[in-house]
Design a protein around this ligand. Structure first.
Ligand code: ATP
Length: 443
């Protein structure tokens, strides 16, 4: 299977099983905007909840926040986005395609796929033009410059402008952090690769406020903690690596930056960034708003603008990592089996429940088990088609357990529980199912 085939198969599975659909599909779709279906919304929710639990609930030093998408337009002047959140854009006059001038080596010339844009004889590229990635809209009834607001291109700024509010309300002291999950929007020039780069996406960002002289220690700590978190999702270690930004790659605000990269079928790419943003953001907001954003150390009475260590993870990109990493094809008894080997804690549906045949009271028993389990876990009762087909449908959906009601169930109230990965079947008493699943679904 080639890498392109793998992506094609994943996109088609995602649609078939209801993970991800193209936005506005019946109108021909909207470029690089995607909708999450019944299973996709569960997967993404599981990822976001797990992140929230590890960032906010399991720690005493991080608070949650849910800031609005729309913010005062001056925020984006202070942050540098109005001036600098741009990508260089080039057009090809011959084939009318559009590329990012800094990423030509990642694209194929539409006319001559063996070459990069600009390399084939017929290519005729324009000079690069700077293009701002922020979506603009207008607030209030008049469409004039004074009413311009932006759809936020990152969630971080909502945290910076609220840092004093949160610190005082939650009675935190430095070092402490603020975590947020929310939508962000970027009018990307060359989006693509399914949900890897989209124009509307979700971020899970955490900003950790520290003393300026403790920035390096905290940076190293967060860098390691974030890698461990991904390993804890069951992502294969050999598919993960750090990439340190060279001085010429560093963003204007960053002193140091590491990406966590995954080896996607289309190459190694970032899906989380850990950045030492220094006091850049708070100093700029202090300057642009005229409000003091200093911290006073209660012990030493020292005043300083805190440094910020940021961890910034895309929920959609993480969902793609998890899906790609989990996808496998196997041959079982001469038949192709497609499996999403998702960690049980991440799987959208935890167990499929199947009456072996549609008679002898088996469907009724299966439905009773289903009603009992669904109060605790998302489960799915399926009595359509051969048992093998039903298993395979749930294998593709990533469902870790299959519970089958058969003739013996009617005699002794035991069912078989099939493990998606090992295919081993165990007999378990129906009364023990909750405990059985709970033990195996623990995070
Ligand atoms: P890239 O170089 O891929 O454009 P970036 O360096 O601009 O990304 P950051 O601004 O550091 O990315 O964003 C942090 C995280 O947000 C990324 O690691 C990614 O997971 C997610 N992200 C950023 N842009 C997009 C997008 N267009 N679609 C989906 N996720 C995104």
């Amino acid at each position: 299977m080639t890498d392109t085939q793998l992506m094609d198969k994943l996109v088609s599975l995602a649609k078939r099983r209801g993970f991800v659909f193209q936005s506005s599909e019946i109108y021909g779709g909207l470029g690089s905007v995607w909708d999450y279906g019944p299973l996709g919304v569960e997967l993404k929710k599981n990822l976001k909840e797990r992140w929230w639990r590890s960032m906010v609930h399991e720690r005493g030093d991080i608070e949650g926040l849910d800031a609005a998408i729309l913010m005062h337009a001056r925020v984006w002047e202070a942050s540098g986005h109005v001036e600098g959140f741009t990508d260089p854009l080039v057009d090809c006059r011959t084939c009318k395609a559009r590329f990012r001038a800094d990423q030509l080596d990642q694209f194929q010339c539409p006319q001559k796929p063996s070459k990069h844009p600009g390399e084939a004889n017929q290519c005729d590229l324009t000079e690069p033009r700077m293009f701002n990635l922020m979506f603009k809209t207008f607030m209030g009834p008049v469409e004039e410059d004074a009413a311009v607001v932006y759809l936020r291109p990152e969630t971080a700024q909502g945290i910076y402008v609220n840092y004093l509010n949160v610190m005082q309300a939650a009675r935190q002291k430095i070092p402490f952090g603020i975590a947020q999950v929310g939508k962000a929007f970027r009018n990307e020039i060359t989006p693509g690769n399914f949900i890897f780069r989209t124009r509307e996406f979700e971020q899970m960002e955490m900003q950790f406020f520290v003393r300026p002289d403790e920035d390096e220690r905290w940076f190293d700590e967060w860098k390691e903690a974030r890698m461990q978190w991904h390993l804890g999702l069951g992502i294969r270690a050999e598919k993960l690596r750090f990439h340190e930004h060279a001085p010429d790659e560093l963003a204007h605000y960053a002193k140091k930056a590491f990406d966590i990269e995954y080896e996607f079928p289309f190459g190694w790419h970032e899906f989380e960034g850990i950045h030492n943003r220094t006091d850049f953001d708070l100093s700029r907001h202090q300057e642009f708003s005229g409000k003091k954003l200093e911290y006073m150390d209660p012990a030493t009475r020292e005043r300083f603008v805190p440094y910020i260590i940021e961890t910034s993870l895309g929920a959609d990109r993480l969902a793609l990592v998890v899906l790609v990493d989990a996808y496998r094809e196997e041959e079982v008894e001469g038949e192709l089996r497609v499996v999403l080997g998702l960690a049980p804690a991440l799987a959208p549906i935890k167990a499929g429940i199947y009456p072996l045949v549609k008679k002898d009271g088996m469907p009724e028993v299966a439905r009773r088990i289903n009603d009992d389990l669904r109060r605790r876990f998302p489960v799915f009762c399926d009595d359509g088609g051969s048992i093998g087909r039903r298993y395979r449908r749930q294998d593709e959906a990533g469902t870790p357990f299959g519970i089958t009601v058969d003739g013996q169930t009617l005699e002794d109230q035991t069912v078989t529980v099939r493990d998606r990965d090992t295919l081993v079947q165990e007999r378990v008493h129906a009364d023990q199912l909750v405990t059985y699943l709970e033990e195996r679904l623990a995070p």
